[in-house]
Design a protein around this ligand. Sequence first.
Ligand code: NAD
Length: 500
Amino acid sequence: MSTSPVRTIRHVIDGRETTGESSRTAPVWNPATGEHQADVLLAEPGDVDAAVRAARTALADWAETSLMRRSRLMFAFRNLVEKNLDDLARIVSAEHGKVLDDARGELVRGLEVIDFACGIPQLLKGEYSDQVSSGVDLFSFRQPLGVCAGITPFNFPAMVPLWMHPIAIATGNTFVLKPSERDPSASNLIAELYAEAGLPDGVFNIVHGDKVAVDAILDHPDIAAVSFVGSTPIARYVHERATAGGKRVQALGGAKNHAVVLPDADLDQAADHLVAAGYGSAGQRCMAISVAVAVGAAADPLVELVREKARAIKVGPGLDAGSEMGPVVSPEALARITDYIGSGVAAGADLVVDGRELDVEGGGFFVGPTLFDRVTPEMDVYREEIFGPVVAVVRVDTLEEAIDLINGNDLANGTAIFTTGGHAARLFQRSVQVGMIGVNVPIPVPMAFYSFGGWKDSLFGAHHIHGPEGVAFYTRAKAVTTRWPDDKPDNAKAEGAKTE
Ligand code: NAD
């Protein structure tokens, strides 16, 4: 274990914080200063096993707990999350780096999933068909899967886990969460709030860790289902390994989201949206716009508008009230993003705004908003997910060309079109092979009562996350066919004789 004097973030198993068998740690940075602010424990397989055992033990009672009690508990948890929203947002900002408004925004979106989970009695209503055959009725109902696990990314350390565990728990499962090791603390406060709301020990557990913990989850025979959100190579790996062991898996991957801007759009408004969606949270959102596809005459004025607006963004520490964009999460992320900027220049793209020139005092992991023009599809800055504040403009002549470009990309999480033409918007929404689409809306994240998910290499598995598909994912259906023979007098007599 590290001998550094910083705080150590521990696992939460069976209602208690514990070090378990862990002796390895990873540093948690303050991205705004570069300071090493905490260590997080990295679980060994034995820690995962202890969490799964606690979740299994808790399952028997929790799965039998009445719907009304589960619903009331979700209401209590919801109110506590709302009451502690500012504390949670500060924790997220301090470890992730995003500005406080963004951190509050992710908590509000997470809260909406808990709102949805409060309606679990309504959501779990089954179907009933009377008299499907003479004297025969048929009905269905859904039951929990058992112990479910969640493995989550750094970029929404509160919201993405909240996409999972409120629905898993409300549907009667118990849960083991493996948060990102880069910003793990928000999850520990969430565990405290569940306990305060009255959730029994063992229903919600946290193991912190890296690949060792993930692999132990993927191989554990007593975990029934895995929800994963992260990059595409790891999503593919998680899906393959966990399904090979017979688990139900939803694995959401990376993104390269295109926004198409037609010449008839309100270009000033489109540029505002591109800047917010491209540089907000330093571009570290799975729904960030990283490619602007400028159609025909839209290109020159659009690039000029985005250039001006990108330069005006105030970059600084996430906890400073004046900051509009914070640092990126880690020194590795900073190095990766600046390398990509270099690769775009080397490949011949036109670097309109260079984020490497930004200078923020204090030693944090800062890179400024960056804009490339005249990017072509074979360049790395187009093909790969940079996951930083870099927007690439690709120029095309027609909407059809823009649609072909989008459909030629293996990542298919979100996309948007800016236009004042209904016909173009309709053609776009029907033709793009992408999971979430915005029309004059740059980040089309569905509300919690719909489901979230991309297509192609942005999602492996059959179910999107949260909303109705979340309920379906964490439960399985039974169909019961019943026939009750007539209660004939002879039978009644025989029954009576038996019980006397
Ligand atoms: P990541 O894939 O590096 O990590 C995600 C999780 O997987 C973490 O918990 C991490 O500990 C674990 N992990 C990392 N490497 C592993 C390995 N080799 N084996 C097993 N487990 C491993 O992702 P990240 O950098 O934390 O997050 C950013 C990525 O997540 C981006 O690609 C982004 O697009 C994606 N993302 C997608 C969505 C979506 O809804 N599709 C949402 C948020 C983020």
